[in-house]
Design a protein around this ligand. Structure first.
Ligand SMILES: CC(C)(COP(=O)(O)OP(=O)(O)OC[C@H]1O[C@@H](n2cnc3c(N)ncnc32)[C@H](O)[C@@H]1OP(=O)(O)O)[C@@H](O)C(=O)NCCC(=O)NCCS
Length: 161
């Protein structure tokens, strides 16, 4: 069974993770735990409960804010003029061997679900993400993310009504 869990460096084999993008491999191996401890970003991993050490994919979440002028014109007029609170999906990566099998979609759904749950205690208007390349941008657009007005590689997904 697949399960999403908070990264636990005592359990999860970070160095065995390979999504094909060196900086994303490096991040989970070297920085994810440090960033968790410092309150920069919280990493979550997907594992199979039959082999719980192997990281099949991961993502990170943190708090963020966005200038309302970056958002769609029809929503921006209803928002305050000061920065709008958001969550940020810092990274999303799937083990190379498993790409194209729905794991990315599952991780994205887990991230959105966490944001919706957290949003009942701490308000957030949207989930924002920085796409690292054109492929990633298309992946997020496929799931309804909208590019920022001035920065098309940063996208957002509304979490409210
Ligand atoms: C991008 C990535 C996370 C996608 O994960 P994945 O497990 O391969 O994707 P999935 O199999 O879950 O695909 C889910 C859906 O997205 C679609 N999709 C995948 N890549 C896409 C792309 N480049 N453009 C448009 N749609 C895409 C699939 O067709 C599928 O659609 P469907 O559900 O309607 O059938 C993964 O390929 C990856 O880790 N890449 C390397 C790291 C990376 O680029 N991360 C992005 C960080 S910004």
């Amino acid at each position: 069974m697949l399960e999403e869990r908070a990264l636990d460096v005592g359990v999860h084999d970070r160095s065995g993770f390979d999504c094909g993008v060196p900086e994303l491999n490096d991040y989970v191996t070297r920085f994810a735990e440090q960033h968790r401890r410092k309150g920069i970003s919280t990493p979550f991993v997907l594992v199979n409960t039959d082999a719980p050490r192997e990281i099949l994919g991961y993502y990170c979440l943190s708090a963020a804010q966005v200038d309302a002028t970056e958002l769609r014109e029809n929503t921006r007029s209803k928002l305050p003029r000061y920065p709008v609170p958001c969550f940020r999906l810092g990274r999303l990566a799937v083990h190379q061997r498993l790409q194209g099998q729905g794991i990315g979609k599952l991780l994205l759904a887990c991230a959105v679900d966490r944001c919706l749950k957290a949003g009942s205690d701490v308000a957030a208007y949207a989930l924002i993400v920085d796409a690292k390349d054109e492929n990633a941008r298309q992946f997020y657009e496929h799931y309804g993310f909208t590019p920022f007005a001035s920065a098309p590689m940063t996208l957002y997904l509304g979490l409210g009504e």
